[in-house]
Design a protein around this ligand. Structure first.
Ligand SMILES: C=C(O[C@@H]1C=C(C(=O)O)C=C[C@H]1O)C(=O)O
Length: 259
C-alpha cells in the first residue's frame, strides 16, 4: 500500500478491512435477535393501530414501545453515536448526558441520511411474516421489545454504509470524485459494489444462522436439520434487503461527500 493511503487510513483509525470486520460481528447480533423474535408467534395485535388504546397515544403497541424506548435512550445519549439513528427522529429528545468524544470519521453528509422508514416497512411487511409462525400467545410487550432489538441492529448495520463509503472514498478519491461531481448514482453503485464479497456474506450468514439456531443437546452434535429460524431466510434478508439498503446509504453518502 502506498505511504499516503496508509497514513490517511490510520488518521481515522479505519480501514476497509476493519469496517468489514465490524459488519461481520454485527451479523451475529442480528441473527441472535432474529432467533429471539422467532420465539414468539407473529402476535399481530402488537401491530394493530386501532386495537392499542394506550392512554394519550394514537399508534400501535410496537410504535409505543419504539418511541418511548428511543426517547429514554436518546436522553441517555444513544443517538450521539454516529452509528445510531432513531426511527422517530421528529420526536427524539436531546441527550441529557455529557457528550462522549466520538472520533470524527464521517463527512457531514451522513447527517442527512436516515433510511429507517424503509427499514421499518421492510421489517414489518416482508421479514416478520417469513420469520415468525402464525399465532397469538399474548406476549405483546415482549414481542414489541424484541422487534425493537431487531430493528436497531439492522438499522445500525445498514447505516454503517456511511463508514464503508467513507473508507472507500479515502482509498480511491480519484475514482469516486468524477462520479460524485456528475451526481451519477449508477457509476457510484458500480464503483462501490463487490459482488464476490456479497456472495460470501450471504453464505456466511446462512451458515451462522444454522450454527446459532441449532438445537444443542448433550447427547448429540447433530442438529437433525431443525433450526429455530430458517437459514436461507437469513441469506435472503441480506441479499434482498440489508445489502441493497447498505449500498443505498453508501451512494447517498457519496453523492454529498464533496459538499
Ligand atoms: C459493505 C460493502 O459494500 C458493498 C455492500 C456489501 C454489504 O452490504 O455487505 C458488500 C459488498 C459491497 O458490494 C463492502 O464492500 O464491504
Amino acid at each position: 500500500m502506498a505511504e499516503t493511503e496508509a497514513s490517511s487510513d490510520s488518521a481515522a483509525g479505519m480501514t476497509l478491512d476493519a469496517v468489514r470486520d465490524a459488519l461481520v460481528r454485527q451479523e451475529d447480533t442480528i441473527i441472535f435477535y432474529l432467533i429471539e423474535r422467532a420465539k414468539f408467534p407473529i402476535n399481530s395485535p402488537t401491530y394493530d393501530e386501532s386495537r392499542a388504546s394506550i392512554l394519550g397515544f394514537g399508534g400501535s403497541l410496537v410504535q409505543f414501545i419504539v418511541k418511548e424506548t428511543e426517547a429514554a435512550q436518546a436522553k441517555a445519549g444513544r443517538f450521539q453515536n454516529p452509528e445510531e439513528h432513531p426511527f422517530f427522529p421528529d420526536v427524539t429528545p436531546p441527550s441529557l448526558v455529557p457528550p462522549y468524544d466520538y472520533p470524527l470519521v464521517l463527512h457531514r453528509a451522513a447527517d442527512f441520511i436516515n433510511v429507517n422508514d424503509q427499514i421499518w416497512d421492510m421489517y414489518f411487511k416482508e421479514l416478520l411474516p417469513l420469520l415468525t409462525e402464525p399465532g397469538d400467545d399474548g406476549n405483546y410487550a415482549s414481542t414489541a421489545s424484541s422487534d425493537l432489538n431487531c430493528l436497531q441492529a439492522i438499522s445500525r448495520r445498514i447505516h454503517y454504509g456511511n463508514f464503508v463509503a467513507e473508507v472507500k472514498f479515502r482509498d480511491a478519491p480519484q475514482d469516486y470524485e468524477p462520479a460524485i461531481r456528475a451526481q451519477d448514482r449508477d457509476a457510484l453503485m458500480k464503483l462501490l459494489t463487490f459482488e464476490a464479497v456479497e456472495e460470501m456474506v450471504k453464505k456466511r450468514v446462512e451458515k451462522k444462522a444454522k450454527i446459532f439456531s441449532q438445537e444443542v443437546t448433550l447427547n448429540s452434535t447433530e442438529s437433525k436439520g431443525k433450526y429455530k429460524i430458517n437459514p436461507s431466510m437469513v441469506s435472503r434478508l441480506y441479499g434482498e434487503w440489508i445489502m441493497p439498503l447498505t449500498k443505498h446509504v453508501e451512494v447517498e453518502y457519496l453523492l454529498r461527500r464533496l459538499d
